[in-house]
Write a protein of this length. Structure first.
Length: 313
């Protein structure tokens, strides 16, 4: 039975870690099957990369993106088998996690998703080489003030920078060309940001610097068959449910558009969601949910302990 008060969330880049999925695969055959299928689809032991590293290779976006999706789907299959009464009314994923949400919704086959995000990672890495940029987290500035600062930095440098992830009140990530990024960070400090944290990435995700790869990735999307969604997926670009005919447009636009995560959670709360279950490695999204709306419940299910807590709840 579907619970109108529950939504499943799926993490994006940054939630990886060496050892991810190992305990799930050792404990549950459903997870082992997912990792085995992924190894076959990609033609190399991505499971060993998740379980054993090395960290530098796992962190490379071409590997990190499929690894996080695979681990999240492994956790999802365990939840579906072990807690079948916990059926969400909505799904959402942060950036890369939106592909996992589409798998969970039945709109995208797992094998297709693994190949798509592997290619997405390759293309994003290529875009980073063609147009080097970066990202930075800005704490304790509101979205409107930071958007104004980005525009000021663009005017001063002639380069592009914009809000990339509106993660929660007081935590916003910016992305763009290095010169404009540096100028934005400098202005943010002057305007009262509590902290300005350059991120350890070499790509400017969710910014115009990804435009060189949009056409190539659209070609990959057009080659994939999407099915109607069995559960609504709230998308990153508009913070509203994705209609079936708009899936490819959403995933294409997502490359250059900001992730509207705060609005996504606020939309779900407005639909009556009071319990959020983060399915996948780490607990980043659960923490963001609590900051966006402290009145709701948020739990993380990424290992056997999390699964057992969900089963018992």
């Amino acid at each position: 039975m579907t619970s109108a008060a529950t939504a499943f969330l799926f993490p994006g880049q940054g939630s990886h870690h060496v050892g991810m999925g190992r305990a799930l695969a050792e404990t549950y055959p459903e997870a082992r099957d997912v990792f085995a299928q992924a190894d076959e689809v990609l033609g190399f032991p991505v499971s060993a990369l998740c379980f054993e590293g090395p960290e530098a290779e796992l962190t490379d976006t071409i590997n990190q993106q499929p690894a996080i999706l695979i681990d999240s789907v492994a956790a999802l299959r365990v939840v579906e088998a072990r807690a079948p009464e916990t059926r969400p009314a909505f799904l959402a994923g942060h950036s890369l996690g939106e592909f996992t949400a589409l798998v969970a919704a039945g709109a995208l086959a797992f094998a297709d998703a693994v190949q798509l995000v592997r290619e997405r990672g390759r293309l994003m890495k290529q875009a980073g080489a063609l147009a080097p940029g970066g990202m930075a987290a800005i704490l304790n500035l509101d979205r409107e003030t930071l958007a104004d600062i980005c525009r000021e930095a663009e005017a001063g440098t002639g380069k592009r920078v914009q809000i990339a992830n509106d993660n929660s009140p007081g935590q916003i990530v910016i992305s763009g060309d290095k010169a404009a990024l540096d100028k934005t960070m400098e202005l943010a400090k002057v305007k009262g940001a509590r902290r300005v944290i350059p991120l350890a990435v070499s790509i400017a995700a969710h910014s115009p610097l990804m435009k060189p790869i949009v056409r190539s990735f659209r070609g990959e999307l057009d080659a994939v068959t999407f099915a109607p969604m069995k559960i609504p997926v709230v998308g990153n670009v508009y913070a509203r449910p994705i209609d079936f005919v708009d899936i490819r447009d959403e995933l294409e636009a997502q490359l250059t558009a900001p992730v509207r995560w705060t609005e996504t959670i606020q939309y779900l709360v407005a639909q009556g969601v009071t319990r959020f279950v983060e399915v996948g490695p780490k607990d980043v999204l659960a923490g963001l949910v609590r900051r966006i709306d402290p009145s709701v419940t948020a739990i993380s299910v990424g290992d056997p302990t999390g699964v057992e807590l969900l089963v018992a709840s």
